[in-house]
Design a protein around this ligand. Structure first.
Ligand code: MN
Length: 717
């Protein structure tokens, strides 16, 4: 435990204007008030606020923060009152202590999302008034995590660890308290995944034992290299926490084999110019590991962090990660918000509103319609790293890491998101799911005919994009299933000479547990009930044997007599109702002439597969999703994409010959992908637009007759 004079000395060392007398009074007051109270560890309770104050001195926090730390539990846990604090320590300290006390009362990870959101709201509001409230709370949480193992109740330990991982560690990162964040995460990790952490620690120990003084050698060589280039630099190595190693293993899907995987090297130089020179020296001396370079100097993180990051195949052929920064940047990285506090000019600026992200959060608080919406839209996003992209006009749009052009489009306006059909990044067309990176200039192409696509949901990362897509799909899906269900039911009714009316269904709603006739029809469309089942419920006198299925149980039993598809269809397929969303499966590329089957997929309408597609075997046990469909011979002939795999001799002109053969047979090549390339052969996948199977068969036959092409097949995956 830190002694009284020691604490005062520590604070005075960096904040000479701190009120020494008040710190002394607070120290004694906390000791007196907590008296004989004990912690779970058996230590006297007052050791806790003193340790919390000690943690804050490491981050050079001002005298008022230290006093607040000493007093942070007296109101909650002793007979002390806010009035008394105000009388003894003044209004400022009372306000800070009150803020921390309120935070302590929050049960952040309550089971009800509602309550959690409400509490999170309060937390943000409290922080925004004075960032020191949060700093004291973080130090409090850090000390509690360090002593978490003394708590006997495992559920309580787990709850505290979860809360730390989800709320406090991300907040620490947000205000740049990297060290606190790392330690909080690692401690929580140890509680939540005790075994995983243990096995990583064992592996670390093993590598350290077998690696000898490898780190020392790497440091010495880096030092030589810098000196040799007349760069004054301070070089150090730091071991990563087991948690950050685990995160890296999860993200990159790799293990750690080398000792250097667990070390981060740091080069500190005098000025920004030196950073880039040191980077140049590193990159010219050692091969660069691709994809590791990050310039957080020209594009700092939202919390103010600046550095250059790179990876090289360094000394001793070890893959190493290096951070390069100036002394000032280093201070910000180590001290976070406190680094900017200048004690000489009238104390720190502690108004949290100076932080852009905090301002944005408060903005959302004002506009969110309900607490859940607030959580959905902000909590996840604020906790992720961001990428900063620009609109063609130069407007800056901040998005979470991993965001794609669709996220960008929705961030601009939901209307833009709903109608986006393509994107140009830095002037080039990119897929809508491409991940955006810092500095990208993004131009969104829109079309009035476009609607949100269900597939987008798989790659968007922002809450706004996801919410808009889901809302659209829900509405669209329902109207599709309603139309499909009505079609199925009308047919079943007609076959027995009845008309389908909502009134006829009203009598059986209860039996099917449906709220309305439309709901029941939707359920039929979704395949929960067959048309015949509903018909028999309405007219129980009818006999079962006349059953004529509209839904086909299995492909083998497929009814060969086709329905007469007299209605107009936008697609040349019989058995689908007009307006039903459909698309051709990417696995088997069905062509007119292929035997096909439709699969009803939630949220995507109907997917058309060839009857021999391998994917269908997974759906054997869900006959309700199979739709009997066929190509409509009378429909307008359109081109369809088919895929051919080929092995072609690797010689001059062979690709040209291939293209000529396909063109002569009136096929249109839309894409070519070389899947394998050796000295003698290319393996290719070629996408060709054709009319139907016969057309494709002709092209394949022509290709087979070409000497340069050694094998040709229709691709089935
Ligand atoms: Mn406490």
């Amino acid at each position: 435990m830190i002694r009284q004079f020691e604490l005062v000395e520590r604070v005075k060392a960096y904040d000479p204007s701190a009120d020494e007398d008040a710190i002394n009074r607070a120290y004694v007051y906390a000791m007196k008030m907590h008296g004989a109270q004990k912690r779970a560890s058996g230590d006297p309770y007052f050791s806790h606020p003193i340790e919390v104050a000690g943690i804050l001195t490491q981050f050079h926090l001002d005298g008022a923060s230290i006093i607040t730390a000493l007093l942070h539990d007296v109101i909650e846990d002793t007979t002390s009152t806010l009035e008394e604090i105000q009388k003894i320590f003044g209004a400022d300290i009372a306000r800070l202590v009150d803020g921390v006390t309120k935070l302590t009362r929050l049960e952040l990870t309550s089971d009800q999302a509602n309550k959690q959101a409400e509490n999170f709201r309060k937390l943000v509001l409290a922080m925004s008034e004075d960032i020191r409230v949060l700093l004291v709370k973080l130090a409090d949480r850090l000390h509690n995590m360090r002593t978490l193992h003394y708590i006997e109740n495992p559920e309580k330990r787990k709850r505290i660890a979860m809360e730390t991982m989800e709320i406090y560690a991300p907040l620490a990162e947000r205000i740049g308290m990297q060290e606190i964040k790392n330690e909080l995460e690692d401690l929580a990790f140890g509680e939540l995944h005790t075994d995983v952490r243990q096995s990583i620690t064992n592996r670390l120990d093993f590598l350290k034992q077998s690696g000898g003084n490898l780190i020392g050698h790497i440091l010495a060589e880096l030092d030589d290299v810098m000196k040799g280039n007349k760069l004054v630099a301070e070089i150090s190595g730091r071991e990563k926490t087991p948690y950050s190693i685990w995160r890296k293993m999860q993200r990159k899907d790799v293990g750690f084999e080398q000792l250097s995987d667990i070390m981060a090297f740091r080069i500190i130089v005098d000025n920004v110019d030196g950073c880039y020179r040191a980077l140049g020296v590193l990159h010219s001396h050692y091969p660069v590991v691709p994809g590791r370079f990050k310039d957080y100097i020209s594009l700092p993180k939202p919390n103010g962090y600046k550095s250059l990051h790179t990876g090289v195949l360094g000394p001793e052929h070890q893959r190493i990660e290096v951070q390069i920064r100036t002394r000032d940047m280093h201070e910000v990285a180590e001290l976070g918000v406190a680094a900017h506090w200048n004690y000489k000019d009238g104390g720190p600026n502690t108004d949290g509103r100076q932080y852009r992200w905090l301002r944005e959060l408060l903005d959302i608080l004002d506009h969110a319609s309900g607490p859940e919406e607030f959580l959905e839209h902000t909590r996840l996003e604020m906790f992720q790293d961001q990428v900063f992209c620009f609109s063609p006009k130069g407007d800056l749009i901040a998005l979470p890491r991993g965001a794609c052009p669709v996220d960008f489009a929705y961030a601009v306006h939901s209307q833009v998101g709903d109608t986006c059909v393509g994107a140009k990044v830095n002037g080039r067309m990119v897929p809508l799911k491409a991940a955006l990176v810092n500095g990208d200039q993004v131009e969104i192409l829109t079309s009035k005919a476009q609607t949100p696509q269900p597939a987008w949901e798989r790659f968007v990362v922002t809450g706004k994009a996801r919410a808009c897509i889901r809302r659209f799909i829900r509405n669209q899906q329902r109207s599709q299933f309603l139309a499909l269900g009505r079609e199925i039911l009308s047919k079943a009714f007609r076959q027995e000479g009845y008309d389908l009316t909502n009134k006829a269904l009203d009598g059986v709603l209860r039996q099917f547990k449906a709220a309305s006739a439309d709901d029941l029809i939707v359920e039929v469309g979704e395949g929960h009930h067959t048309g015949r089942e509903v018909l028999l419920a309405v007219y129980p006198g009818l006999k079962e044997h006349q059953h004529a299925p509209n839904v086909v149980p299995l492909p083998k039993q497929k009814d060969k007599t086709k329905q007469s598809g007299k209605h107009e269809n936008a697609v040349p397929i019989k058995g689908l109702i007009p307006g039903m969303a459909m698309h051709f499966a990417g696995c088997c590329h069905p062509l007119p002439g292929d035997r096909i089957v439709g699969i009803i997929t939630t949220g995507r309408g109907v997917t058309i597969h060839t009857i021999d597609c391998d994917m269908l075997s997974n759906l054997q046990d869900q006959p309700e999703r199979w739709l009997d469909i066929a190509w409509d011979a009378g429909a307008e002939i359109k081109s369809h994409t088919s895929r051919i795999s080929m092995v072609v001799a690797n010689e001059q002109g062979s690709l040209g010959t291939l293209a000529t053969v396909i063109a002569k047979n009136k096929g249109n090549i839309t894409n070519v992908k070389i899947t394998n390339r050796s000295a003698d052969f290319f393996e290719l996948m070629v996408d060709v637009e054709v009319h139907d199977v016969r057309h494709l068969t002709n092209i394949i036959a022509a290709l087979r007759a070409t000497p340069e092409i050694s094998s040709v097949d229709r691709a089935r995956s």
